[in-house]
Design a protein around this ligand. Sequence first.
Ligand SMILES: NC(=O)c1ccc[n+]([C@@H]2O[C@H](COP(=O)([O-])OP(=O)(O)OC[C@H]3O[C@@H](n4cnc5c(N)ncnc54)[C@H](O)[C@@H]3O)[C@@H](O)[C@H]2O)c1
Length: 354
Amino acid sequence: MDTIISQDVENIASRIKDDAAILEGKNILVTGGSGFLGGYFLDVIAFFNEHHFTEPCKIICLDNLIVGDQKRMAGLLEKDYFEFIKHDISKPFSYDGPIDFIVHAASVASPTYYRQYPLETIDANVLGTRYLLELAKEKKTRSFLFMSTSETYGDPSPENIPTPETYRGNVSFTGPRACYDESKRLGETLCMAFWQQYGLPVKIARPFNFYGPGLRLDDKRVLPDFVNNVLHNKPIVIHSDGKATRTFCYISDAIAGLFKILLSDFNGEAFNVGNDTQGEISMLDLAKMVQDISGKNVGILHKASLDKNYVTDNPQRRAPDLSKIRRMLNYQPSIDLKTGLQKSIAWYKDNYHL
Ligand SMILES: NC(=O)c1ccc[n+]([C@@H]2O[C@H](COP(=O)([O-])OP(=O)(O)OC[C@H]3O[C@@H](n4cnc5c(N)ncnc54)[C@H](O)[C@@H]3O)[C@@H](O)[C@H]2O)c1
């Protein structure tokens, strides 16, 4: 594991170590483990195995590598407590042994790629979630975390920003983003149905734009996309007027929040996870910030994307109301955007030799 990810993992572990004690000697299934979030889940559990637990937590990782990279699991593949199974979660899965915890983080998540793979995206979030919920029921799993998205809120009207978990959303069900937004919404409905009908201990997380090391440079989400250009000495290209705003949450804050949800007893609940400490930033200001931090004056261009649906149904604003997760789980994001970008850019330079 490289230095920046190791530091993040230690930071996350220190924030959750009391709650994480229940993972000792248990089996956890993580889907999407070779992706951005899943990879951090594996690393944090491996850290507890190596430094805290006498009896390790067995990790079973499922990924079909549609967008993930097996290299993300380097260092884990030879560990006795780690098992990687190349599997498409939209197909049934059975396992011979207990499964105490499930983190379902497998889905195509980048808009560029989910527009390319709409049916695979729907299948992972609907069929995949259903099969995993059935598995959890069979195994009497103690906690099931579904990675949903803040995109379930669509394009909220101004009076619904910052957006609380109670907001019902303003989502197109036929547009080019619908394969993602709507399948996540149905994934949440499935989770709630298993909770209501069988008492299955499900939890739902709605991430608001996480970023950091481990998010592939070619992922095409906005931050790696800007950094990719800058580090290749090319102008940053904004495929819109640059006025849309987001809030960004650094990965160590995000993963600490996600573990807090998984390890809690708040079943049948959905939680926003993000960073609200600095307000929203426009895409234009974000581009300027990436340029300043990297110290390369590459310039910023506005150019329509070759992908004709790039901005269709793109939310104009997105900002979380984090009162619920603060109140119920004592969550507090701590990494400001400048620090997070410095760490991310340093990681991209190291890992892509740029
Ligand atoms: N990163 C964010 O800011 C963010 C925001 C909102 C929601 N999410 C959700 O969190 C989860 C993880 O996102 P991420 O950013 O790590 O994405 P990612 O693209 O980095 O990783 C997703 C992983 O899932 C795997 N995968 C996709 N479909 C699969 C299938 N059918 N079977 C098995 N594996 C499959 C991919 O190969 C990849 O390794 C996703 O469900 C995503 O929708 C993430």
